[in-house]
Each structure stands twice: as structure tokens, then as C-alpha cells.
Ligand binder design. Structure first.
Ligand code: NAD
Ligand code: IPM
Ligand code: MN
Length: 359
């Protein structure tokens, strides 16, 4: 029986980059013996326009039934004044929560051809290969109470930063297990000098370390971690951190690789079922202009083939194709050096398919 992949294009550049993913998957179905069925559903602003809700029941049902999900991006200025619970971003957050996708893997790898696209000096980023494990269904994103209310005549906004021990432990285990398969170095990032919730975070990570004696665990405050990522990113192998710190640090890590348009991600549940998405957003400033870099999405497809669909050869093949288009100097605007020829989203999709064909 075919495996089912649900595409959720979303908003802005989301549909432009997922269209390239669909073309690549269709090519692999036709030419590489991949037995997949693709379907599509609405999420985010696109779903609000069609149904009034950012995460329609039909989408959630399709997501539960699919073997894997590929999401483009959600959000845009036209929905920014809606109440929080009705905004496009709630569609994405709802999927993560409903499917219990607590472990978000965000690899930041520098392709050697892009050393000059990074805003850091080439020698600082050469050979960079780090992985951020971001907790995705807890922390300040989901803590209660939250809101804006009048307190003593003053409008006051509040959110709650909360983690239970089991929530910390399960993402910690993913991080230690992942570190075991890589360089066996794990840095847990927190703010344990100020926030009790992260004192508990640090305690749990330290306790887990006893079960993984081969992994060298270190701890770092988040402000220092942001600085160290820019100062000397290659000191890191795996970083594990909470939801909001992971959001911020992964955009920072993206720039080490040349562009946010290069960073893929996998969001996994306890059984390895996953939703895959580029780390970037809907990029309203370039939406509809064929300028978006689709490689973060195509690399997310590779992660999906590897982690959820058991198609390791196809994943390797797609990653090799991405590498060869970069080696052949195909560049969207975000990764082009001054004076280099720039191609569009579609043309980058064409180049990857041609590279697959050439293998
Ligand atoms: P963004 O990531 O959308 O864009 C930041 C900058 O990076 C922009 O200049 C954009 O043009 C550029 N960029 C992003 N992706 C690119 C790509 N593939 N190729 C080339 N350039 C790219 O972040 P933002 O502007 O802060 O947010 C815009 C909207 O996206 C907001 O509504 C936000 O909530 C949403 N968002 C969604 C997701 C998601 O769906 N996973 C992630 C982040 C932001
Ligand atoms: C991301 C995005 C989301 C997040 C938003 C759109 C809800 O920034 O996936 O990095 O903050 O998690
Ligand atoms: Mn983000």
C-alpha cells in the first residue's frame, strides 16, 4: 500500500516552495520507484479565507491519517490584527499540539559552496554541522494563564513559562539519543540564573546525562548561547532547548548556513511520526514573485523520506541533488554573491529535478 503524504502549502511563499516539493516527489514517484500518494489540505490564512478557521477539522483529520506531513509556511500581514486564537499561526501551533510533535529537529549545515553566502567569515563557518533540538509543544508558547487584561486599571499582558518534568525528560531523551548518533556533545541552553522553570530543565538534563555516559553534556545561558553561535558556532554539536529559545536560536543558526532559505526541520512525536517544514516563514515581502529559495523545503522532504517514510536511499539522493545544484552555481537571490546569476523558485526546482535525473 502506498504511503500517504499530506501537503499543507499555507500562505505567502508556502505554496511556491511546496509546489517544488510536489514536483520533486512526483518525479521520484515516476522515476525512482517511490510508492507515495500526495494530497493537499488548507492551513493558516488560506484556511481562514476558505472556512473561517486556521485549522479546519478536515485538515486535522487528514493530518492524523497521513504517514507524513509537509508544511510550507503560514501567516501574513492581512491576518495580523485578528485575535490571537484566530490567527494563521494558530493553525500551525494547533497541528503541533494536536499531533504531539514535541521534538523539533533543526539541522544547520553549511554546504561548502555557500561559505561566502554566510554573513560570517568563511573560516568561522567552514564545515559547520550542528543540530538544534527544540521542544515544540510546551513552554511559554502554550503555558496558561495567558492574555491581556485590566489589572488595577492598567492593561497588562501576560504569558506563562511552564515545563513539567516529563515534558523536559522526553525532549531531553531525543537530544541525548541524537547526540549519541553524532558527535556525542550536547549543550543544554536555558536561563537558569533567572527562571525557575529552567532550573528544573537543567536538573532534568543533568539527571539524564547519567544514562548517557558517552555524551558530554554542558549547560549554557541563552544569552551567551546566542553570542557563542555567532562567535564560534563549531563548538556545538547538538543543542537542546525550550520552545521560544529554540525558535530564536534556530533563525540565528540559519544565517550561519548562508540563508534562512536553507534550513529544514522535522517535528516528531514519540513514535517518529512527523511534520516537516522549512524553518522560515511566509516571507510576505517576496511572496508571489518567484524569488523564494525552495531548498529548505526540499531538504525537509529529504528529512521526511528518511525519518518518517523509511526511504533512506531516496533521501540521500535528494540531498546529493541539492548539493550538486549548489556546486553547479545555481543560486536564488538569498544565497547569491554579488554579481552572481540569480534564478527563481521554479528554476531552482527544475535544477534539482535535472540533478536527480543526472544521478
Ligand atoms: P520570514 O521567515 O517569513 O522572513 C524573514 C526574511 O527572510 C524576509 O526578508 C524573507 O523574504 C526572507 N526569507 C524567508 N524565507 C525565505 C526563502 N525561502 N527564500 C528567500 N528569502 C526568504 O519571517 P517574518 O517576516 O518574521 O514572518 C513573516 C510571516 O511568516 C509572519 O506572519 C510569521 O508569523 C510567519 N512565520 C511562519 C512560520 C511558519 O509557518 N513555520 C515561520 C516563521 C514565520
Ligand atoms: C517557526 C515559526 C513559528 C514558531 C510561528 C509561525 C508560530 O516562527 O516555526 O519557527 O514560533 O514556532
Ligand atoms: Mn521561527
Amino acid at each position: 500500500m502506498s504511503q500517504e503524504v499530506l501537503l499543507l502549502p499555507g500562505d505567502g511563499i508556502g505554496p511556491e516552495v511546496t509546489a517544488q516539493a510536489a514536483r520533486v516527489l512526483d518525479w521520484m514517484i515516476d522515476h525512482a520507484d517511490l510508492d507515495l500518494e500526495l494530497s493537499e489540505a488548507l492551513v493558516g490564512g488560506a484556511a481562514i479565507e476558505a472556512t473561517g478557521e486556521p485549522l479546519p477539522d478536515a485538515t486535522l483529520k487528514a493530518a492524523r491519517e497521513a504517514d507524513a506531513i509537509l508544511l510550507g509556511a503560514v501567516g501574513g500581514p492581512q491576518w495580523d490584527s485578528l485575535p490571537m486564537a484566530q490567527r494563521p499561526e494558530k493553525g500551525l501551533l494547533g497541528l503541533r499540539a494536536e499531533l504531539d510533535l514535541f521534538a523539533n529537529l533543526r539541522p544547520a549545515i553549511l554546504y561548502p559552496e555557500l561559505a561566502d553566502a554566510s554573513s560570517l567569515k568563511a573560516e568561522i563557518v567552514a564545515g559547520l554541522d550542528i543540530l538544534i533540538v527544540r521542544e515544540l509543544t510546551g513552554g511559554i508558547y502554550f503555558g496558561q494563564p495567558r492574555g491581556v487584561e485590566e489589572r488595577n486599571g492598567v492593561r497588562t499582558g501576560f504569558n506563562t513559562y511552564v515545563y513539567s518534568e516529563p515534558e523536559i525528560e522526553r525532549v531531553g531523551r531525543v537530544a541525548f539519543e541524537t547526540a549519541m548518533k553524532r558527535g556525542k556533545k550536547l549543550c543544554s541552553v536555558d536561563k537558569a540564573n533567572v527562571l525557575e522553570v529552567t532550573v528544573l530543565w537543567r536538573e532534568v538534563m543533568t539527571r539524564l546525562a547519567a544514562e548517557y555516559p558517552e555524551v558530554e553534556l554542558s549547560h549554557m545561558y541563552v544569552d551567551n548561547a546566542a553570542m557563542q553561535l555567532v562567535r564560534n558556532p563549531k563548538q556545538f554539536d547538538v543543542i537542546v532547548t525550550g520552545n521560544m529559545f529554540g525558535d530564536i536560536l534556530s533563525d540565528c543558526a540559519a544565517m550561519l548556513t548562508g540563508s534562512i532559505g536553507m534550513l529544514p526541520s522535522a517535528s516528531l512525536d514519540v513514535n517518529g511520526k512527523g511534520m516537516y517544514e522549512p524553518v522560515h516563514g511566509s516571507a510576505p515581502d517576496i511572496a508571489g514573485t518567484d524569488q523564494a529559495n525552495p531548498l529548505a523545503t526540499l531538504l525537509s522532504v529529504a528529512m521526511m523520506l528518511r525519518h518518517s517514510l523509511g526511504q533512506i536511499d531516496a533521501a540521500d539522493r535528494l540531498e546529493r541533488a541539492v548539493q550538486s545544484v549548489l556546486a553547479a552555481d545555481h543560486r536564488t537571490g538569498d544565497i547569491a554573491a554579488t554579481g552572481e546569476t540569480v534564478i527563481g523558485t521554479q528554476a531552482m526546482g527544475d535544477a534539482v529535478i535535472a540533478a536527480l535525473q543526472a544521478q
